[in-house]
Design a protein around this ligand. Sequence first.
Ligand code: PMP
Length: 384
Amino acid sequence: MPNPVFAGLPTSIFQHMTILAQAHDALNLGQGFPDQDGPMALREVAARALVDGPNQYPPSKGLGVLRQAVAGHARQFYGLSYDPEDEVLVTSGGTEAIAGSLMALAGQGDEVVMIEPTYDSYRPMAEAVGAVVKTVKLAPPGWRLTEEVLRAAIGPGTRAVLINSPHNPAGRVFSREEMETLAKVVLETDAVVICDEVYEHLVFDGLPHIPLATLPGMRERCVRIGSAGKIFSLTGWKVGWVTGPRELVGLVFKAHQFLTFTTPPALQTGVAHGLRHEMDFPRALTARLQGNRDILAAGLTRLGFAVQPCEGTYFLTADISNLTNEKDFAFCERLIREAGVALIPLSAFFKSGTPDTFVRFAFCKQQSLIEQSLERLEKYFTVP
Ligand code: PMP
């Protein structure tokens, strides 16, 4: 019998909306990838490494030069100290890091807590390892983490908590206060925390990104996941990493050796260069994204969308109930067909399918595409 977790999965919402968008020549603010590649110097270093070689298996835990750069990055930005020898593991993207962490840190029947709305790989991967998923459901308006919802899900039976901040799709960057509440609740249990921080540098308005691992007592409990794809707008490269205490990273390493074993060495060399010399790129990208967010938020507000706070990531959510009686899914399909703009219905990120009156916009696109999309929406909603 095939694994029911995967056999039972429907076509992803991203695929569904993208196929429909292509059929109707719609502008795509659904899929979350940038439409401009990251730093040329970084790509040139990788290209040179690819030509010069070697192109054989690098060390399974990652090239030393990249592990050192990842450790240096954690120290520089957060004051977190990790030994590049055995507290840093290079993975094939954040995706592999998530899968490996779940496989290694949770098992059959273990409770794994995750935040809803939930990034799409979390639940299937947790269920595939046999874990029982419990959720901390964020509620509009504001999508805030509260002690009440955390306590309802996290308890003595919790084996692992999977937290994502900055959060896709809610666009939240959980505050120090929210993180402290989470730490307090977790410290009353034996749970470990898998911290998906792939959007760590894409934080707006000068807000801080607070890794949970920086709070008292949390470093030893947390594995942190990073992604060069998000830092350097190189999402096709799939270079990511896990940092954490050696006991936990050692376990994730054991899963990694049979998942991918290694990650392309030339790309690792490029990313190591990037973390050392190209950190102006994410700073400039963040400023550009913040500008896009502001244009999008202002335009949508004018049209009657109830825009939710967006503090980071590529994503902004908005309530559509002032505009329509339809559910989000039908609304998104109609917008593709009739307005020529593709979005993602937020209900796809909730197991229960509710709330179902919110949509997600991806604004990691050139400003002209955001403006064109707004023009189309404006025409659609204002012309009788
Ligand atoms: N976590 C989140 C929250 C993401 O949005 C993504 C990418 N969409 C990933 C992990 C995966 O990162 P990568 O592309 O490095 O595999």
